[in-house]
Each structure stands twice: as C-alpha cells, then as structure tokens.
Design a protein around this ligand. Sequence first.
Ligand code: SF4
Length: 472
Amino acid sequence: MKQLTEKTFFYHTKCPRWVRRDLVHGNGLDALEERMIDDGLLPEVMEGLLKARGEFETVRDEDMDDAFSRTVDFMRQGVSTIYSGVLMDGHWIGRPDILERVEGKSEFGNYYYVSVDIKRISDPRGIRDEHRMQGSFYADLLEVIQKVKPTSGYIMTPSGIVMSYNLAVFEADYRLTLDRIEKILAGEEPGHILTSGCKASPFFEVCLDEAVACDELSVLNRIHRGEIDELNREGIKTVLGLASANLEVLETKIIDISFNRLSFLQRQAIALKERLHDIVEPIKFRDEAVELFFDIEADPVRDIDYLFGVLKVQYNEDGTVTEKYHAFVAEREEDEQTAWNEFTAFLNENQHAPVYHYGWYEISVCAKLIDRFGAPEGAIESWRNNFIDLNSVLRPAVIFPLSFYSLKDIAQYIGFQWRSEDAGGVNSIRWFHEWLDKGNAPMMKKIIQYNEDDVRATRVLKDWLKEKAGKK
Ligand code: SF4
C-alpha cells in the first residue's frame, strides 16, 4: 500500500530508490537501524527524557488507525504533552515523537498542537534539512486535523534542550522534495549518483556494481553531481574517458571546474584505472617519543559514548618500540563519566603526544564531553592542539584507487585486516545492547577487540603515510 511517512524524507535523502523499495518490499531495516536512520533515540530513552519534564500521555496502540483515533482523542481533551501520537491523512502518516499543546485557536478550542522530534544533535547547527522536512510534513498533517498550521517546528536534544526552526523559510524546499517523492511513489524512476551516503542504502552493492561496470564518473571519490554534468556535457562520460582526456583542451571548454580540480579528478581517474595510489603532496609528521591512536565506540540511540580506546606507542632510545592498548570502558550506562575521567587522566599524563584518529567524530565527542563532564587542563590542551585527523591529512595528499575513503576501505587497501568478519559500526552497537540486556561477556570482548583493531588500523595507516608521503 502506498504510504508516505516522516521517515520517507530520510530514505529519499539517503537514496531516492529506497522510497520505491519501501513501497514494494518494506524498508528492510531492523528496529535499531530504524532508530539510527533518522537520528532518533530508543523509546525508553525518550520516555525517560519526558518523565524528567513532567506529565504526558503515550499512544501505545499498534494498529495505526487506533493510534490515530487515540491521538485525536487526546488532542480533543487538551492533553498537554502527547508522546508517540499518530497523524494521518490519506496515504500520509506522521509519527512525531511529541505533540505539545500551545496557546492559540484551533478546531479543538483555545489551543493547538506543535510537533517536537527528539534527535541526536546537540545544538541548532545540527538541525538538518531532513529534520526540517519531517517538521514541515507534521505541520501539513496538523493543519488538516486541527485546522491551524504551526509556523515553527521543534527539536529536542538528548539533554532536553528544545530548539525551534521557522517552517516558512524552508517551505519551497519541502514542497519540491514532497513533489519528487510523490512522483517516485507514483512510479517515476529517480535520478541518482553514487556517494558515501549510499552505503546506508539497501541498493548500495547493486549500484556500485552497475557504476563500476558502466565505468561511470560517479565512482570517483567525492566527485560532485555538477562536475559530472559538466564533464558529461563535454563528452567525458567514463572514468577511462577522463583518464585519457587532454587536460589543456578540456580546460578551455569547461568553465565551472578549476584547472587544479580537473587535474585532481584526472589523477583520481588514472589511479582507479591503474589500481595504484598517487602521492599528490608530501605530509609532515611530528617526531615524538610517544604517539597515541584513538577511537571511540558510541551507542547513538542511547546517546552514550561508552568506550575510549587508545593504542600507546613508545619509541625508546635503544631503538625498540613498545606498544600497549588501553580500553576505558563504561560497562553500564551510568559509568560513562567514570570511563571519560579515566581516559582524560590518561590523556593528561600523555599530553604532549600526538593523538591520531580517523574522521571528525572523536574531536566533536571530546568537545561535547569536556562541556558535559569537564577534563584536566592537560587533556583539554591535548584535544585543542594534539588531535590529528588522518582523514583530513591524507585527502589532499594521497589519491587512493578507491571510490570510498573510510578507514576500513583504506586500511584494507594497504593490507590491514580486522580480526572479526562482522566488525562494523552498527554491529558494535548491537553487541553493546546484547551486553547491556543479557550481560553477554563475549559481546563486550568483541567490542573491545573491534575497537583495538580500529586503533591498530589507524596506526598502520599513519606509518604507511609516513613511509610513502612523509617529508623531513
Ligand atoms: S546510487 Fe544507488 S544507492 Fe546511491 S542514491 Fe542512487 S540508487 Fe541509492
């Protein structure tokens, strides 16, 4: 049955084909993945947040029609906060986390309802288009039901802070997306391009195979749609075509891509064709007696960071190297601060060491936890000055013959293997839930081993970069 829900906007952003698949086969996600995909939290965590704020009513009916009737009953009664209500109109079904009563006029009396979603973000900069589209969608549904349309959408952070956004500002984008989604639901084949976001899509493997088989330009790492369109217009439609193009001639025809960028894209195309990496510029590494390699494991749907893993590598004066892996673990949710304190005390003791990590996540989580729990001065200095994101370091310096530059993609290319075959971000969250729910000790062991492999992969990558691209 054709259905458009608030989650459809997330599927559409990740992968337009997903909208159709959802229609025919269901979304193919388990409960955890469902929560992950739209930045939500576990129901028990959300209810805990609401309990701390005061009284509320919950819509628990599993049947959607019953849930809708109950929601409207609660609205008619003027309940101040409704959790997990259902809004319906034809094939549109919206389930905002919270409906909050505010003053004004509506079908129901001298009040109306606005929607609030609980998302895993910490400040207004984290509010994304998909979140606003969900809010706009609820506002449309609320207008039908209560005969007045809210002008603002709201998002609550896991720490209970409520932020608003203006729906009118976003109206045009929302209508455009809604129109595209309705067309896909009606049978139109969506246009698409391979990006790292595709990895979350059930179509990823199929699309990657198709793109590689057709030698599409979209297999080039981080090429933009506009760049592909521009190159296509000049007859460059394949990776081979770009690899063998005359750059000087091409530059005279293409005005919206700089020569440097064209040259970089061509080097990417050549690297892919030759299956060889290409050193673009040297990288300067600090020489220190101690180096740290760092990675965090988090449970986003509970909003906790439960494992701070560090590999300490010491270069001794006699030429030997010693290394030790340290796991600072919160084995229960309430131990997050203790694990953080232990980790930051360790960082404080090693405050002059460079701290290598991969991607922005470690920096932003440390910023959040310094804010929330504090840290010794030396640890804060280390976070400010010594954290080195290898992903940012390598991007301008080395071209890999790969479509994606995740740690796993690159480390495997240079020969590193994870011990566990099912190692991965979502699986580590599943293992953590098994540990919390059933005290399953092998699961905790697997998580720690996975984290250790991540920091060891980061070290192998750093050493590889130093050997291949390091400069004195
Ligand atoms: S390329 Fe494939 S996975 Fe990526 S958005 Fe398009 S349909 Fe989805």
